[in-house]
Ligand binder design. Structure first.
Ligand SMILES: [Zn+2]
Length: 298
């Protein structure tokens, strides 16, 4: 099953629902960043959440960023999604090794620790919309639930899961997100919560071969799910040589001149996909000429 997200409505539009399978993109992130098991789980959960929230973007250049900064060994994690089903991300410290928790699960909360979750929606306006909330557990799904309750006043149920194979590759990854609009009765909200709690973990459902559509049908049983729409999602980094040239130019003429004189080649790293772009002295010279000599005032 390729990675995809299904979104829909239920209870006459009062429940917004999303379910995602993100196994391939989480495995791709693991390979690109060579993450340890606990960091594969942390990054996979964050990428899954970003991918789901990214489906709410409308503008072609809109971006959604999830950023976690904690006092644990993972330090910080980033995930960015766009409106086209692309998601990318990285962890500041991808190789954290921690003992599993007493229940056998990877200790994502221990890797992240205490800190903050920030949600940035860049919708092409003058200023991006930024919301921040203190981490509840560092387990990411609970932190997002708290974020939506506190920062956006939207009751939300979030589940995110990454299950590893014995050889530390990704067996299953996915998640769901259900949001209640203001019209939902307390009775319905309680019934939905019961329904959610009665289900096995998301990775177990994926392991049984359930599709995102199946998962929404199960979760929303009795709430008349409708308008289910599926879209593809994948790990994709939009970095390019041109963007990395811009990074070099942004250093300014003095710094670039210094680099040109002191380095035979310079490497610019893309944090999101862990790719290096190499520039030879001659290439730096050409870049310098194009942007600083003929450019005049810069
Ligand atoms: Zn990149």
């Amino acid at each position: 099953m390729s990675d995809s997200i299904v979104r829909g409505l239920a209870a006459g539009g009062q429940i917004r629902a999303f379910a995602a399978v993100t196994t391939a993109l989480t495995e791709e992130a693991r390979q690109k960043h060579n993450t340890s098991p606990v960091m594969t789980a942390a990054l996979g959960r964050l990428l899954t959440a970003a991918a789901i929230l990214g489906t709410q973007l409308k503008g072609t250049d809109d971006k959604l960023t999830l950023k976690i900064k904690g006092d644990g060994p993972a330090e910080s994690l980033y995930a960015v999604a766009d409106a086209h089903g692309h998601v990318k991300g990285f962890a500041a410290n991808p190789q954290v090794i921690l003992h599993a928790r007493a229940d056998g699960k990877l200790d994502v909360g221990g890797a992240i620790g205490k800190g903050e979750l920030t949600v940035i929606r860049d919708l092409g306006l003058k200023e991006p919309y930024i919301g921040t909330c203190e981490l509840v557990s560092g387990e990411i799904a609970e932190d997002l639930t708290a974020y939506f309750a506190i920062s956006e006043q939207t009751p939300t149920s979030v589940s995110l899961g990454v299950l590893m194979n014995r050889n530390n590759t990704v067996a299953h990854a996915g998640g769901f997100l259900l949001q209640l609009m203001p019209g939902v009765s307390a009775e319905d909200a309680a019934r939905l919560e019961e329904r959610i709690l009665a289900q096995p973990p998301i990775t177990a459902m994926l392991g049984q071969g359930r599709t995102p559509e199946d998962i929404l049908q199960i979760l929303l049983d009795g709430f008349e799910p409708e308008a289910l729409e599926r879209s593809e999602v994948s790990f994709f980094c939009d970095c390019s040589r041109e963007k990395m040239e811009d990074v070099l130019i942004s250093l300014g003429r003095h710094e670039l001149l210094d680099l040109m004189v002191s380095q035979e080649t310079v490497e610019v790293h893309c944090d999101f996909c862990n790719r290096y772009y190499r520039f030879s002295r001659q290439e730096m010279k050409d870049l310098f000429k194009r942007h600083f000599r003929t450019g005049g005032s810069a």
